[in-house]
Write a protein that binds this ligand. Sequence first.
Ligand code: 13P
Length: 252
Amino acid sequence: MTRRLLIAGNWKMNGLLQQARKLGEELASLFKEEKSPSFDMLVCPPFTALSAVQEALKDSGILLGGQDCHFKESGAHTGDISPVMLKDVGCDAVILGHSERRQDHGETSALVREKATAAHKEGLLTVICVGETEAQRDAGETLSVVGEQVRDSLPEESSANNTVIAYEPVWAIGTGKVASVQDVAEVHAFIRSEIEKVLGKENAEKMRILYGGSVKPSNAKELLSLEDVDGALVGGASLKSDDFWAIAKSQD
Ligand code: 13P
């Protein structure tokens, strides 16, 4: 089964308008120069920069995503953004259930599931994040935690066409610590088996599973060459076009 690689950048709370536009323009020109790219590329700027980055990416083929959304279409939800709004500003995708949302905003897998259903209704590709904390890994709970997050976060209508899973061990995010290739291979294969339990064999075979957590140009090739690793969700290194591009091209 060949799954097309997805190289996704999560800019998190970074990027004022001028920098965001510049980064978008640099990536758009690199992607356009590539005659037939062997990977999909997605960038997820903060909400305030979505419109500017949408302009910068126009017609480049790079996908645009939000970093979260509410499960309602509109209404009295101060500070929230709906999937309809993401669609309206030109988004193709949305990241849901990132560990920083789970930790900072108390998001549960049940909530992630509701958000995913709302996003799917708008035709957005959902990038659903799962991953264990260091304490959970030390306690030998990695597979049970990740398995539960996968089963509980995926709504019934999820398929390989509307959903991507991102495995991001919390202790590897922004720390420079990367999970070993053995650990990544084990968890990704396990996630695929969990997807099969809830969505069937075909979706499990086709669904892309990204790795995230201190991915950089120097370790991307090894991680992306693993059988069940179908791309990367990149934080820090997605803020520099050279680094992000080098990660995307590391398989060539
Ligand atoms: P870093 O690449 O900065 O470790 O962040 C990973 C991440 O959280 C992407 O969503």
